[in-house]
Every structure is written in structure tokens, then in C-alpha cells.
Design a protein around this ligand. Structure first.
Ligand SMILES: NC(=O)c1ccc[n+]([C@@H]2O[C@H](COP(=O)([O-])OP(=O)(O)OC[C@H]3O[C@@H](n4cnc5c(N)ncnc54)[C@H](OP(=O)(O)O)[C@@H]3O)[C@@H](O)[C@H]2O)c1
Length: 300
């Protein structure tokens, strides 16, 4: 089997490529960096520049499924110009792939798209499943809605679509955990805002395995990719301190200070959603990292 992955050079992509190779699945990938292009027998890179519509169509040769992980980081300052980059790096990219496939013969049967749980409204009490249709009124929710619509259009080409609403991915050296860990390590860790906001997290190994299972079992539809036991911001901060053998002595950081420092981006730390992973579990996925304790024990 051969799969095309966009964003293969990123955090989730790198782990997923390793898992594909263990299963003898060959990987083609599209990259915006010519210096990241490799040409191994089971890992071939192809250049694209989604902003000006450039794509190396050889990337689609013999490909049965596409895993679309491309997306500019959401943790850089949300200026007006950068918000456009966040959105278009998800929509323009999917549109470019769609228009390319529409106009050529291809063998693609499955399109698996990254998505985010930030589509669900901020709440301390509601438990969100894939059936919930309420959407948040934040910039990130707007992005997710447009991103999922861009993925859904592949159904018009007779291609099965899966959307992976991903929680906060925890890994050793990249993504959210190093940022959460830094102040605690430096002795300035404290819960943020009320500390009661939910953090629906997932271990890197699990999110990569979920993509692999969706690919290999051809699971269609929308899936919440979060660990079965989300935690509050306060519990996460306390657990990180525990595993780093540090004491939390500062009072909670007031929300208004975070809003002053981070502006609109403060929603990333002050808001959260309690999300259930039951659909994936019923589908047959068994989580390797079920509780925050076993995830942090592994990662810290
Ligand atoms: N990590 C998380 O906590 C998390 C949570 C929810 C959802 N997700 C979503 O899951 C997907 C993968 O996440 P990740 O953490 O692995 O992402 P990542 O490490 O930031 O990697 C994304 C890849 O996208 C490409 N890219 C970045 N900016 C781009 C731009 N402006 N235009 C075109 N390509 C661009 C880069 O590949 P090249 O340099 O090879 O072009 C990069 O390696 C993303 O869509 C992300 O939004 C992640």
C-alpha cells in the first residue's frame, strides 16, 4: 500500500511515517521545503507551494489514501496576516489537492484530514461527542469549520472522508508539553485562570496510531482523538510538578493578565473542552496512554 501524507515532516507526521514503515506501507509526502525532500524507496518527498497553486503531481502516483496533516502552527502570535496563514494553510492546501485529483486519473479511495476539538464550545460541564452540532464562536472554531468543509468536498469525487478532531498532543520535545513544563521547571509554575478549564489531551504515540488504524481499517467519518481521561488545567499543572519533583508555590495566574499578554490567543490556555473518545474505542481502538499519569510518566 502507498499513502500520501502532507505535513509528514511535522510532529505527528514523523511518528506516523515510522508506524507506516513498520506496516510496510510506502509513504509519499508533499513538503513546502525543497531541502526536506528525500527519495528513499519507501519515503519519497515531492514539492508543493500551495500559496501559488504549485504541486508535483507525481506525488499521487499509485497512492490509495491521503493523510492531510498540513497546517501552520497556532501557537505563533495571531496577527491579522498570520490568522490568514493559519486558515489558508489548511483550506487552500486541501483545495489544491482536490482540484488536482478532480482533473486527473487517480487511485485515491480515502482522504483522512486532521481537525481540532476547538470546534466545540468552551465549557466546564458539557461532555462533547462527535454528535454534538454546537460550534464555538472563536477564530479557531471558524478555522475548524472551514477545514472540515474543505475535507468533506472529497466525497464529491467518490472518496471516503475521515476527520480526526485532535486534542492537545503531548510529546517529549515538541508541541504543548515543553511549553507547559517550562515555567514549572523554572519554579514559576501555576494553574492558569480558574484552573478548572478542561484540557483534553492525547499522547503522540496514540494520535499517530489512530491515523494508522483509520487508514488500515478504512474508518470513515468524524472521530474525537483525545485520551479517555481529560484533565483540568490545574490537575495537569500539579501532575507536571509532581513528575518533575517541583513545588507549586505561586497563586493561580489571573485570567485578565493572560488576556493582556496573549490577547485573543488567551483562549488557548483559558478555555477548554471536555471531549469523549468513546466512538474510537467502540470502533476498536485501544489507547496506550489512558491516564495523564501514565502519559507523563513516559514523557517526563
Ligand atoms: N499538535 C497538536 O497538539 C495538534 C492538535 C490539534 C490538531 N493538530 C493538527 O494536526 C496537524 C498536524 O499537527 P502537527 O503538530 O504534527 O503539526 P506541525 O508539527 O506544526 O507540522 C505541520 C506541517 O505542516 C507544514 N506547514 C507548516 N506551515 C505551513 C504553511 N504555512 N503552508 C504549508 N505547509 C505548512 C510543514 O511541513 P513542510 O515543512 O514539510 O511543508 C509542517 O511540518 C496540523 O494540522 C495541526 O493543526 C495538532
Amino acid at each position: 500500500m502507498k499513502v500520501l501524507i502532507t505535513g509528514a515532516t511535522g510532529l505527528i507526521g514523523k511518528t506516523l511515517v515510522g508506524l507506516c514503515h513498520e506496516e510496510k506501507i510506502d509513504v509519499h509526502y508533499l513538503t513546502t521545503s525543497k531541502d526536506k525532500i528525500k527519495n528513499d524507496s519507501n519515503y519519497k518527498g515531492f514539492y508543493w507551494n500551495p500559496t501559488n497553486g504549485e504541486i508535483d503531481e507525481k506525488a499521487f502516483d499509485g497512492v490509495e489514501a491521503i493523510i492531510n496533516l498540513v497546517g501552520a502552527s497556532i501557537s505563533k502570535r495571531w496577527t491579522k496576516a498570520y490568522k490568514k496563514v493559519i486558515l489558508e494553510s489548511r483550506t487552500q492546501t486541501a483545495n489544491l489537492i482536490f482540484n488536482t485529483l478532480k482533473n486527473r486519473d487517480h487511485t485515491v479511495k480515502q482522504f483522512i484530514s486532521a481537525s481540532g476539538i476547538s470546534i466545540y464550545p468552551n465549557s466546564k460541564t458539557r461532555l462533547y461527542s462527535e454528535e454534538d452540532t454546537d460550534v464555538d464562536n472563536t477564530f479557531l472554531a471558524e478555522v475548524v469549520i472551514a477545514w472540515e468543509a474543505a475535507a468533506d468536498q472529497f466525497k464529491n469525487l467518490g472518496i471516503d472522508v475521515s476527520k480526526v478532531r485532535t486534542g492537545v498532543v503531548l510529546s517529549k520535545n515538541e508541541g504543548a508539553l515543553p511549553k507547559l513544563k517550562q515555567p514549572v521547571e523554572a519554579g514559576f509554575g501555576a494553574p492558569l485562570g480558574s484552573g478548572k478549564q478542561w484540557l483534553s489531551w492525547i499522547h503522540l504515540q496514540d494520535i499517530a496510531c489512530i491515523y494508522l488504524q483509520i487508514l488500515m481499517n478504512e474508518w470513515e467519518g468524524t472521530y474525537n482523538a483525545v485520551a479517555p481521561n481529560p484533565v483540568t488545567n490545574k490537575k495537569m499543572t500539579k501532575k507536571i510538578a509532581y513528575y518533575l519533583d517541583k513545588t507549586l508555590w505561586l497563586p493561580d495566574v489571573p485570567g485578565f493578565i493572560l488576556k493582556l499578554i496573549l490577547g485573543e490567543m488567551a483562549v488557548l490556555v483559558l478555555e477548554g473542552q471536555l471531549v469523549t473518545s468513546k466512538k474510537l474505542e467502540k470502533q476498536g481502538y485501544t489507547f496506550q496512554y489512558y491516564n495523564i499519569e501514565n502519559a507523563l510518566e513516559d514523557l517526563l
